[in-house]
Structure formats: structure tokens, C-alpha cells
Design a protein around this ligand. Structure first.
Ligand SMILES: C[S@@+](CC[C@H](N)C(=O)[O-])C[C@H]1O[C@@H](n2cnc3c(N)ncnc32)[C@H](O)[C@@H]1O
Length: 343
């Protein structure tokens, strides 16, 4: 019997990197524009500073300021020496107002771009753009409970995952594992692709309404319903206890550190001894100097959610605090990768 009507193990013939990258990196230019509007680089040239000192000087919060400095480090515009950020030669030549090569005025016409304006707010409030203000008070997490928004957003995650999920599935070692829980699964594309690749495995797609219904329909259409089921729930309230593998794919990056830690705790409580946790996401490297693609994507997440792209080191620290034993990080495709941890 054919379990998956769509062949979720087949790989496309060409590399979509450039197409993902325009979408992922869209907001980075607006964060650079916001910093230039504040003449941030001229100040940093005269005052090499730690992240805390930068936050104190500008009234910034550490999450958005960290995303900003990681973007500048990934571009090679700042270098951190013992936690103190210094401008590099290229930034001193082109980003400092007193330099004859200063390019600030070239960006001045971009100051009024809505996302650049938003970034000034997010840096100062730590609130995702539109959440705090009167702009129709858009709340991404609330919007996901509405049928129309959830359908569109889930379709976006699904098509993105069609390629990424296979790249992940092919690299995972799930020997001896029996049941995977895909938490905040969206359409279930990751659970279906992993089940297609690892034919001994069953999977459970865990999400909230109405995404659960959307997922159920797509799983059936893909012919995967025999081994992939759907469970509805709030992931912060507890998880099914009959799975020996947990997957968080592109979920933790939507949340602040406190919520990430809470989700890891919920997973730790639900997994059996010897259980495996997989974080699939876009990771900043341990030194927080890149990759540039991920540093750019982190700008978008910082703008629109409570999260960001966390570094390998930040995840390892949180996992250890909760009791997991963090494992190695591995690249998959288009700036993504995964990290495993054992209970
Ligand atoms: C960014 S999407 C990731 C979807 C999919 N894992 C992927 O990699 O494309 C985040 C998902 O988390 C789900 N989610 C958010 N809050 C949740 C909650 N409290 N309980 C369960 N699922 C939740 C959303 O409905 C959404 O499907």
C-alpha cells in the first residue's frame, strides 16, 4: 500500500536559496536605516560599548538590540572584543558621519518606510510592531486563531516546509525511535516528510484550532493519515506523553526567552527518559557573527513576533537549564539547521 500519495522523499532539481533569501531578509535594510537615522555608528565609533551600554544610551531593550548588533556583526561592520562592540574599518569609512565616505544621506530617503519607523518603536518598547499601538492592534498569535488568517499563514509555512522538511528528514537519525510529536506543527508537512523518510515511525501533529483542522485535511490529501494523526491543544499547557521524539520546527523563534524555556520544560516533562528533542530553525552561530542570511531573517522575526533567531549557544544554555543534554548543531538547507538534545 502507498502511504503517501505525494512523494515527500523526492528532492527538486534546483536550489531555491535566492528566492527564500529575499523573503527571509526583507526587513534587514529597514533596521540599518533606523540605526543610520539615529546616527548610531558615529556614536559607537566614539564610544565602543557593550550591549547593556548601548541599551542604556538609546533606551533600547536587549532582545531587539541584540538582533541589531548581530546583523551588524554578520555584515562585518562591528566586532565584539570581550563583549565590547567596536566599529570595523569598513563601518568607520562609510557609516560614520565625520568620514568623507559617509553613506548615511544615501539611506535618508528610506527613513519614512513603515518598517524602519516600526523598528525605532520595537527597539524602545520590545513589543512586536503593531501589538502595542493602535494600528488595528495586530496580534500574530491571536490572528492564528482566526480561520482566514490561519489558512493563509499555514499555506505559507507549508510551501516553505515542502523543501526544508525533506532536508531535515534526510539528516535525522531516528533509529530505534517510534513516535514523533510535531509541536506547533502547522500543516504537518514536517511530520509527514519525516514519516515518509523514516518508514518505521508514527507521528502526531500538535497544534491549536483552527490549524488542527487545516492540518488534518492536508495530511489526508497527502495520503499520510495512516501514520500521521492530529491532536489539538495549547502547547504551553502540557503535551501528550506517548511520544519519544519531540520536534519544534520554526516555533521557538516566535517567542521570548521565558516562553522558550517554558516550552522546553513542558517537553522535558512529557518525554520519557532517553527521549529526543529536535529544534529545527534558523540558528545564529555560537560567536554571534552570522550567518548573514539568518541575521537578516532575525530582523523580520524581531519586528513581528516576541522572538528572534536564537544562537546555538543560547539554545544550549536554555536546554541545559531545563535538564536536557544538548547535542551538536547541523546545517540542513537555505540557512536552516537543527539541534538535538537528549533527556
Ligand atoms: C511559525 S508556525 C510553524 C509551523 C511549522 N512547525 C513550520 O515549521 O512551518 C507556528 C505554529 O505554532 C502554532 N502555535 C502557536 N501557539 C500555539 C499554542 N499555544 N499551542 C499549539 N500550537 C501553537 C501556530 O498555530 C503555528 O501553526
Amino acid at each position: 500500500m502507498v502511504l503517501c500519495m505525494t512523494d515527500l522523499t523526492a528532492f527538486p532539481a534546483t536550489d531555491p536559496l535566492g528566492i527564500y533569501r529575499y523573503r527571509d531578509g526583507l526587513y534587514a535594510v529597514d533596521l540599518v536605516t533606523a540605526a543610520l537615522e539615529l546616527d548610531f555608528f558615529s556614536w559607537l565609533a566614539a564610544h565602543p560599548s557593550t550591549l547593556d551600554q548601548i541599551c542604556a544610551q538609546y533606551g533600547f531593550h536587549s532582545r531587539p538590540a541584540d538582533v541589531m548588533m548581530t546583523l551588524f556583526a554578520a555584515n562585518g561592520w562591528v566586532r565584539s572584543v570581550d563583549g565590547v562592540f567596536h566599529l570595523t574599518e569598513v563601518a568607520l569609512e562609510y557609516l560614520v558621519a565625520s568620514s568623507e565616505w559617509f553613506l548615511g544621506p544615501y539611506y535618508a530617503s528610506l527613513h519614512e518606510r513603515p518598517i524602519a519607523r516600526d523598528f525605532l518603536q520595537v527597539l524602545r518598547t520590545d513589543k512586536p510592531a503593531g501589538w502595542s499601538g493602535d494600528k488595528a492592534s495586530f496580534d500574530w498569535h491571536k490572528a492564528m486563531e482566526q480561520e482566514d488568517f490561519a489558512r493563509k499563514f499555514t499555506a505559507a509555512m507549508d510551501c516553505r516546509g515542502r523543501y526544508l522538511a525533506q532536508a531535515l528528514a534526510k539528516k535525522l537519525d531516528l533509529t530505534g525511535r517510534s513516535k514523533l510529536l510535531d509541536i506547533g506543527a502547522g500543516s504537518g508537512i514536517y511530520a509527514c516528510s519525516i514519516a515518509a523518510e523514516h518508514t518505521h515511525l508514527r507521528a502526531v501533529v500538535f497544534d491549536q484550532a483552527p490549524v488542527d483542522r487545516i492540518a488534518g485535511k492536508l495530511i489526508a490529501e497527502r495520503g499520510c493519515a495512516e501514520r500521521v494523526s492530529v491532536t489539538t491543544g495549547n502547547m504551553f499547557d502540557g503535551l501528550p506523553t506517548d511520544c519519544d521524539v519531540h520536534l519544534y520546527s520554526n516555533v521557538l523563534h516566535d517567542w521570548g526567552t521565558a516562553e522558550v524555556k517554558k516550552l522546553l520544560e513542558v517537553s522535558y516533562a512529557a518525554l520519557p527518559a532517553g527521549g529526543l528533542l529536535i529544534i529545527h530553525d534558523a540558528f545564529i552561530n555560537a560567536e554571534k557573527t552570522g550567518p548573514l542570511h539568518v541575521a537578516e531573517y532575525s530582523c523580520l522575526l524581531m519586528h513581528s513576533t516576541q522572538g528572534k533567531c536564537y544562537s546555538v549557544g543560547e539554545y544550549a544554555e536554555l536546554l541545559s537549564e531545563v535538564g536536557f543534554v544538548p547535542g551538536a548543531y547541523q546545517d540542513t538547507a537555505v540557512g536552516r539547521g537543527f539541534m538535538v538534545a537528549g533527556k
